[in-house]
Design a protein around this ligand. Structure first.
Ligand code: ADP
Ligand code: MG
Length: 259
C-alpha cells in the first residue's frame, strides 16, 4: 500500500478516509495502530468515534489534522480546509488574556486589528463568555477554559472540527451544558464534527452516527445512526437505550481481548 499525505479534493466540510493505516515504530517494536479504516463524514454531519483506550482514536484524529503521516491509505478534505482540533486539555496560553488567546488564530490568518477585535467579541458571545475577555485562564473554571478553547478553534473559521475527548475532564453538569452549546454552534455553523469519546452516553447524546473501533489493530467494527430528534437529553430513555447497545458492543470487543 502506498502512503499518501492528506489531500484536498472533497466537498467543503467533508472528510473522507480510505483504507487508512498507521504503524508506529519498526520491526519487532512496530505497533499497528489503525488497519484499513475507511470512513466518510458528510458536510454538516456529527460523527462520534468510540472505542477502548489505546484503540487508535487519537491517532485517527491526528492523521486527519495532518499532525502525523499515514502509513497507508488516503485522507481527503475539502479544498483548502484546515480542520480545527480540540483536546481534553484546553492548551491555552496561560500568560495571555482570554481575548488574546482567541485572537491568536485571527492574527495568524492576517486579519487587521479592528476586525480581530470585533471577531473576538463575537466568538466570546457565541460561547457565552462575553464578560470574561480580560481574565486569564487560571481565573476560569475548567468548563469556561474549554469554552475559550472552542472559541479559539472557531476563530479558524474552518468547517471541520476534530474533538479528542474535549469534555472528558469536566463534571457531568458542566459537560451537559457544553453538549447543548456545542450542538447549537454545530447546527448554526453547519460544521462537520469528528468527536472522540469513550463515554457512550455522550456519543449517543451528540452523534448523528456512532462508529465503534476495535483495539489492536484499530478497525471499524460497527456503526449506528442515532435517529433521536434534537434537542436531546442525555438522561432520556432513547439516549440511554442507544448507549446501552453501544456499551454491549464495546464490552464484547474488550472481552475479546481479555482485558
Ligand atoms: P486512543 O486515543 O484510542 O486511546 P491512541 O491513538 O492514542 O489510542 O493509540 C493507539 C495505539 O498506538 C496504542 O497502542 C498506543 O500505544 C500506540 N501509539 C500512539 N502513539 C504512539 C507513538 N507516538 N509511538 C508509538 N506508539 C504509539
Ligand atoms: Mg486518545
Amino acid at each position: 500500500m502506498t502512503a499518501t499525505t492528506t489531500t484536498s479534493r472533497g466537498a467543503t466540510g467533508s472528510v473522507a478516509l480510505q483504507g487508512v493505516t498507521k504503524v508506529y515504530g519498526h520491526g519487532d517494536n512496530a505497533v499497528l495502530a489503525l488497519d484499513g479504516v475507511s470512513l466518510d463524514v458528510a458536510p454538516g454531519e456529527f460523527v462520534c468515534l468510540v472505542g477502548a483506550s489505546g484503540c487508535g482514536k487519537s491517532t485517527l484524529l491526528n492523521l486527519v489534522a495532518g499532525l502525523d503521516r499515514l502509513s497507508g491509505g488516503r485522507i481527503e478534505l475539502g479544498d483548502g480546509v484546515n480542520p480545527g482540533l480540540m483536546f481534553q486539555e484546553p492548551a491555552l496560553f496561560p500568560w495571555l488574556t482570554v481575548d488574546a488567546n482567541v485572537e491568536v488564530p485571527l492574527k495568524l490568518r492576517g486579519l487587521p486589528r479592528p476586525e480581530r477585535r470585533a471577531k473576538v467579541a463575537e466568538l466570546l458571545r457565541t460561547v457565552h463568555l462575553a464578560d470574561f475577555g480580560r481574565k486569564r485562564p487560571h481565573q476560569l473554571s475548567g468548563g469556561m477554559r474549554q469554552r475559550v478553547a472552542l472559541a479559539r478553534t472557531l476563530a479558524l473559521d474552518t468547517p471541520v472540527l476534530l474533538m479528542d475527548e474535549p469534555f472528558g475532564a469536566l463534571d457531568a453538569m458542566t459537560r451537559d451544558i457544553l453538549h447543548d452549546e456545542l450542538e447549537r454552534i454545530w447546527s448554526e455553523r453547519q460544521l462537520s464534527v469528528l468527536f472522540v469519546t469513550h463515554n457512550v452516553r455522550e456519543a449517543a447524546r451528540l452523534a448523528d452516527r456512532i462508529i465503534l473501533l476495535s483495539s489492536r489493530p484499530g478497525r471499524i467494527i460497527w456503526s449506528t445512526r442515532v435517529d433521536v430528534p434534537r434537542p436531546r437529553r442525555i438522561d432520556s430513555p432513547e439516549i440511554a437505550s442507544i448507549a446501552a447497545e453501544v456499551t454491549d458492543r464495546l464490552r464484547t470487543e474488550v472481552g475479546r481481548h481479555g482485558q
